[in-house]
Design a protein around this ligand. Structure first.
Ligand code: NAD
Length: 334
C-alpha cells in the first residue's frame, strides 16, 4: 500500500522507515516536506492513504481533491484532529484515524519544564551568564511548594502534570467535563468549576483538546477571573487561548507569565527555520517581545519514546485499514 506522508521532517522519515522495517509491514511511504493543503493535495495521486500532522490543512476542499484521486484513509500522526473536517471526510467516504496514545510523559515533562523555566527565569539567566552578566536582578522566582496548580483537562497528560507537581508539594485543582479517578486519587487534588480553578490557581495549565466549545477558553472574561499575576501554560492547542486577550492580560499584569508550546496561528511559523525572513505576524512578534513570555515551537511531544510510539500506532492504523479490520483509532463525525 502506498501512503503520501506530508509535513515530513527527517526524524519522521527515519522513525517511520525504522518501524516499517521492524514490523516488516512493507508499506510504501512517499515523503513530502510540504504541508497538505488544497494546493499540494495533488501530490497524493496514486496513493491510497495520506499521513498528516498537526498543521496540515485537511479541510473540505483538500479532502475533495484527495477523494477524487482515490485516497481512502487520512491517518494522523498526532492525537488532536481539530485540523480535519470530519463531516466532509464522512461524506466523501474517507476514513480518519489518529494516534490515541503516545508517551504522555513527553508532553507532561515538557510542561513542567516550561513552568520551571518561567518561574526561575532560566532563559534569561542562561543568556546573561553567556554575556558575563552575573547579576540576579529580575530573576526572582517563587517556591512551587505549597502553591496551587490548576489543570484544565485532567486526561492522560493533565493527570501526569498533576502527579509531577504533587512531587513539588503543590495543591491541585482540576476542571474537566468528565472526572478521572487517576486525578482524583492524587494527593491534595480536587475538582472545581472553571471559574474557581482560575480564581484560586497560582499556575494554570491547559490540557483539554481544541473543540468549538473550548476555542478561546482563555478570553477576556476568563482572564479576568484569574488570580492576578498567575502563570498560564498551554501545551495543548494554540486556539485554546485568545492571543490578543492574553497580550492585554499580560500588559495589565493579570497574567504574570505565559509559557506556550502552541500558538493559534502556528501553521504559518512552526517547524520551519524562518530566522532569515521577516515575520509578518505582528501578534506573535509582540507576544515574544515580553520578558515574561516563553514560546517554544510545538516540541513538547518530541522525545525518542513518543516518536517510536507514533510510528508504531500510525503503521498499525494503516495495516488495520489495509486488512479491512475494524479501525480501533478511528475518529468520525457523529
Ligand atoms: P486526553 O484525551 O487523555 O485528555 C483530554 C482531557 O480533556 C479529557 O479528560 C477530556 O475529558 C477533557 N476535556 C474534553 N473537553 C473538555 C472541556 N470542554 N473542558 C475541559 N476538559 C475537557 O488527551 P491527552 O493525551 O491528555 O492530550 C491533551 C491535549 O494535549 C490534546 O488534546 C492535544 O491537543 C495536546 N497535545 C499537545 C502536544 C504537544 O506536542 N504540544 C502533544 C500531544 C498532545
Amino acid at each position: 500500500m502506498k501512503i503520501a506522508v506530508f509535513s515530513t521532517k527527517p526524524y519522521d522519515q527515519e522513525s517511520l522507515d525504522r518501524t516499517n522495517t521492524e514490523l516488516n509491514s512493507q508499506l510504501e511511504f512517499e515523503y513530502f516536506d510540504t504541508r497538505l493543503t488544497p494546493q499540494t493535495a495533488f501530490l497524493a495521486k496514486g496513493c491510497q492513504a495520506v499521513c498528516v500532522f498537526v498543521n496540515d490543512q485537511v479541510d473540505k476542499k483538500t479532502l475533495e481533491i484527495l477523494a477524487s484521486q482515490g485516497v481512502k484513509l487520512v491517518t494522523l500522526r498526532c492525537t488532536g484532529f481539530n485540523n480535519v473536517d470530519l463531516v466532509a471526510a464522512k461524506q466523501l467516504g474517507i476514513k480518519v484515524t489518529r494516534v490515541t496514545y503516545y508517551s504522555p510523559y513527553s508532553v507532561a515533562e515538557f510542561t513542567v519544564g516550561l513552568m520551571l523555566m518561567l518561574n526561575r527565569k532560566l532563559y534569561r539567566a542562561y543568556n546573561r551568564v553567556r554575556d558575563d552578566n552575573f547579576s540576579l536582578d529580575g530573576l526572582l522566582g517563587f517556591d512551587f511548594h505549597g502553591k496551587t496548580v490548576g489543570i484544565v483537562g485532567t486526561g492522560k497528560i493533565g493527570t501526569i502534570v498533576g502527579e509531577i507537581m504533587v512531587g513539588f508539594g503543590c495543591h491541585l485543582l482540576g476542571y474537566d467535563k468528565y472526572e478521572n479517578d487517576d486525578f482524583k486519587n492524587l494527593k491534595n487534588s480536587s475538582y472545581v468549576t472553571l471559574p474557581e480553578l482560575l480564581n484560586k490557581s497560582d499556575v494554570i495549565s491547559l490540557h483539554c483538546p481544541l473543540f468549538p466549545e473550548t476555542k478561546y477558553l482563555i478570553n477576556p472574561t476568563t482572564i479576568g477571573q484569574m488570580k492576578p499575576g498567575a502563570m498560564l501554560i498551554n501545551t495543548s492547542r494554540g486556539a485554546l487561548i485568545d492571543t490578543k486577550a492574553a497580550i492585554e492580560g499580560i500588559k495589565a499584569g493579570q497574567i504574570g507569565c505565559l509559557g506556550i508550546d502552541v500558538y493559534e496561528q502556528e501553521d504559518e511559523l512552526f517547524f520551519e527555520d524562518l530566522s532569515g525572513t521577516i515575520i509578518q505576524d505582528d501578534v506573535f512578534q509582540l507576544l515574544q517581545s515580553f520578558p515574561n513570555v516563553v514560546i517554544t515551537s510545538h516540541q513538547a511531544f518530541f522525545t525518542r519514546e513518543a516518536l517510536a510510539d507514533i510510528s508504531n500506532a500510525t503503521i498499525e492504523n494503516i495495516m488495520d485499514f489495509a486488512a479491512g479490520k475494524p479501525l480501533t483509532h478511528e475518529v468520525s463525525a457523529k
